[in-house]
Write a protein that binds this ligand. Structure first.
Ligand SMILES: C[S@@+](CC[C@H](N)C(=O)[O-])C[C@H]1O[C@@H](n2cnc3c(N)ncnc32)[C@H](O)[C@@H]1O
Length: 313
């Protein structure tokens, strides 16, 4: 990642306090806006340049998009934007406290047209509830799309919770958010449709991540063959799951890394759990190089590894 890009990147997985302290991130108190799936960052850069008195946070899952957008922000010398590589649905709920956002933008999300993919669509019941929690009263959610039926579905979903006053869907006769996808669809003769929702009555939302690092001591001597037996350890429960997929031993044999996979209501993470011999016995903790968000499934995986070691040692 180029150096000029790095100054825009934030790594909320490492934060010890969640939701985040955005005043500390930006070094000031200013209205805060979020864009989810910013693509090549055209909108984010333009909005930040137009509103130097606002702060903007962008979430993307594509590393290439982060790099391209970081370069764009650097070229324009913008100081009021930060970018993170996190699923925007999870980030919106876990990184912002109630009523802390003035605007949330989504431009041309994939509509996932096939019925069997419908649950991948961004604007679902949980997302709408999250929006209604993190937006301030009067705060606005804006979505632009080229797909009529999707615009109506989004408007219906936003209406359903009773928290928003919904405007649209409305066809934009002139320029929309100015993104790569807007240009692409307009070139193909497609229309740009906007849905706006203004928050009237806030909702409550249940957050699941915390800053504290889980760890556990094992009150027994841990043998190598017992460590091997951890591969395949897994638990599945209604809201989540974890599995230990692989073990990697350090050359001295006194520590190992367990490659783990977890899911919390569909939010998936990959990380390593370290099992190491210290001065006061064996300890099980998250490895510092691949820190995941500390969700219920992640915490349960650390506890389960410690329990399994204790039982079989
Ligand atoms: C169709 S593109 C639109 C990009 C941009 N908004 C534009 O209008 O040109 C959708 C973008 O959303 C990103 N994306 C998809 N799901 C996401 C999620 N859950 N969180 C953050 N970004 C996401 C994709 O990586 C992709 O860059």
């Amino acid at each position: 990642m180029a150096l000029e890009v790095v100054r825009y990147l934030i790594e909320p997985r490492r934060w010890v306090k969640l939701p985040g302290d955005w005043q500390a991130v930006f070094g000031r108190r200013a209205p805060l806006a979020v864009e989810i799936g910013f693509g090549n960052g055209e909108f984010l850069a333009e909005a930040a340049a137009q509103h130097p008195d606002w702060d903007f946070v962008g979430f993307e899952v594509s590393l290439t998009c982060l790099e391209k957008t970081g370069r764009r922000l650097a070229r324009r010398g913008l100081a009021n934007v930060r970018l993170a590589r996190v699923d925007g649905r999870f980030a919106l709920r876990e990184l912002f406290s109630d009523g802390s956002l003035a605007r949330v933008y989504v431009h041309f999300p994939c509509p996932w047209p096939k019925a069997r993919h419908a649950k991948r669509r961004l604007v679902n019941q949980d997302f709408v509830r999250t929006l209604a929690a993190v937006l301030e009263r009067g705060g606005v959610f804006e979505l632009n799309t080229d797909v009529d039926w999707y615009a109506f579905e989004v408007a219906d979903r936003l209406q359903a919770g009773g928290w928003f006053v919904v405007h649209g869907p409305r066809v934009l006769s002139r320029e929309g958010p100015g993104t790569r996808y807007e240009r692409k669809w307009r070139k193909q003769g497609r229309r740009v449709i906007r849905v706006l929702a203004e928050l009237r009555s806030p909702a409550e939302v249940n957050r699941i991540a915390e800053g504290k690092m889980p760890h556990a001591r094992v009150n027994a001597e841990v043998k190598r063959e017992v460590l091997y037996s951890l591969v395949g350890l897994k638990e599945v429960w209604p809201k989540g799951a974890f599995a230990i997929k692989e073990i990697l031993f350090a050359p001295d044999g006194d520590s190992a890394l367990l490659r783990a996979f977890s899911s919390d209501e569909g939010f998936q993470q990959h990380y390593f759990i370290a099992v190491a011999k210290g001065r006061r016995g064996w300890i099980v903790k998250l490895d510092g190089a691949t820190v995941p968000f500390r969700t219920p499934a992640v915490k349960r995986s650390v506890a389960a590894v410690a329990a399994a070691l204790e039982e079989s040692s």
